[in-house]
Design a protein around this ligand. Structure first.
Ligand code: ATP
Ligand code: MG
Length: 375
């Protein structure tokens, strides 16, 4: 699958942009703050229907404008004609996503159809920040790989919201309806257990791929481990909910369940967060993303179509990695491991030098204060 054209209107620092991409490597080069990462984010929007960086969609509307449009034309070998995906939003209104001008009934129906993997300097947040960041990352990845997981997650989050709202009412003036809480728990328990079981299955697939990528990138220097931390496997979730009911009522929130799971990252037996250097942390995050790429690239498409390689978005990849690690990463680009690649850099000469040995089709775009043109 390739993104052949991108059209932006009032997206972040762009008034308007129209770009035609090549099937190989597309490089965005420009100064700090010119809008390179914003272009990757626009592509990310087409794949995942949301920004990789901004919290609220409204932040992606250009200052002073009241709507944005991101439109992309994709082509797939299996399909004869290109498909157009458009994401748009008007301030104060709901975002809309259309596929060949047809709106989706649910955003969830779009997820996973146009896969993309972003490698960015913010990836180390996965290591440095709290468990929520890691859950969000793995949930998003698993949702792209497995529609059943996404449906269960939506169901679980809905039930959890109801449960927490009920717990909050518990101490209010209307008294508390334990029967209602238990009825919710009857529904929540099997969904939570299934979610946790799917996380276990997913990790047995993911971990060896991740470890192989780390070993390749770091040339076997450090050993990395990823562990699933959860109260659930082997436990009856219904019993756990009951056992914690008093505490939950007191704290007015649900203190057990897969929404509290974590993923533990270790390097040579010690926490990556406190032990590993910045470059090692960056390598760890890149290995996670390369494993993500490999799993997504192997996923059969809807209707039994052949798997498609995700778009690879490389933001500031030359930052913090030593030359050997950059060379091993670019070797993957040269080996045609990836399909279409979009990368950003502030320095054209460095990009050209790094890609000197790569035989793919290479296109360069100069980005200057919200304007972008092929060079
Ligand atoms: N909603 C918005 N309206 C207007 N400008 C915005 C909006 N959101 C972000 N920007 C601006 O877009 C500019 C470019 O951001 P971007 O992150 O794409 O730069 P960059 O080229 O990747 O820079 P760097 O090399 O520093 O990573 C920033 O100066 C930012 O203030
Ligand atoms: Mg940037």
């Amino acid at each position: 699958m390739t993104l052949d054209q991108l059209h932006l209107l009032f997206f972040k620092n762009y008034d308007e942009a129209n770009l035609a991409f090549g099937p190989g490597i597309n490089c965005f080069v420009g100064d700090n703050g010119s809008g390179k990462t914003n272009l990757l984010d626009a592509i990310y929007y087409l794949a995942l229907t949301k920004s990789a960086f901004a919290g609220a969609d409204a932040q992606s509307i250009k200052q002073g404008a009241d709507f944005f449009v991101v439109k992309g034309k994709f082509s797939t070998p299996a399909l004869e004609r290109p498909e157009t995906i458009q994401v748009s939003m008007r301030a104060g209104q709901k975002k809309t996503i259309t596929h060949d001008k047809q709106p989706y009934d649910r955003l969830a129906d779009h997820i996973g159809r146009y896969p993309a993997v972003l490698i960015s300097p913010y990836d180390t947040d996965l290591i440095r920040q709290g468990s929520e960041e890691r859950r969000r990352y793995f949930d998003s990845l698993q949702s792209q790989l497995d529609h059943e997981f996404l449906e269960l997650l939506i169901q679980y989050n809905g039930l959890l919201r109801q449960r927490n709202a009920t717990l909050k009412q518990g101490t209010g003036s209307h008294g508390f309806d334990t029967l209602y809480l238990q009825a919710l728990d009857d529904q929540l328990a099997p969904v939570g257990e299934s979610l946790s079981a799917l996380r276990v299955t997913f990790l047995t697939q993911f971990i060896p791929v991740f470890q192989r990528h780390y070993a390749q990138l770091a040339d076997g220097r450090e050993q990395v481990v990823l562990e699933y931390k959860s109260q659930l496997p082997g436990q009856n979730f219904r019993h756990l909910l009951l056992a914690n009911e008093r505490r939950d009522l007191l704290l007015q929130r649900s203190t057990t369940g897969p929404h509290r799971d974590d993923f533990v990252f270790l390097m040579d037996g010690l926490p990556v967060k406190t032990y590993a250097s910045q470059g090692q942390q960056k390598s760890f995050a890149i290995a996670l993303k390369l494993a993500q790429f490999e799993l997504l690239a192997g996923k059969p498409q809807p209707g039994g179509a052949a798997p498609t390689k995700p778009l690879l978005l490389l933001d500031d990849i030359f930052d913090r990695l030593d030359d050997k690690r950059i060379a091993r990463l670019l070797q993957l680009v040269a080996d045609q491991t990836f399909g279409q690649v979009f990368l950003t850099d502030t320095n054209l000469a460095r990009t050209d030098q790094a890609l000197a040995g790569v035989s793919s089709d290479i296109r360069r775009f100069e980005v200057r204060a919200g304007n972008v043109a092929a060079i």
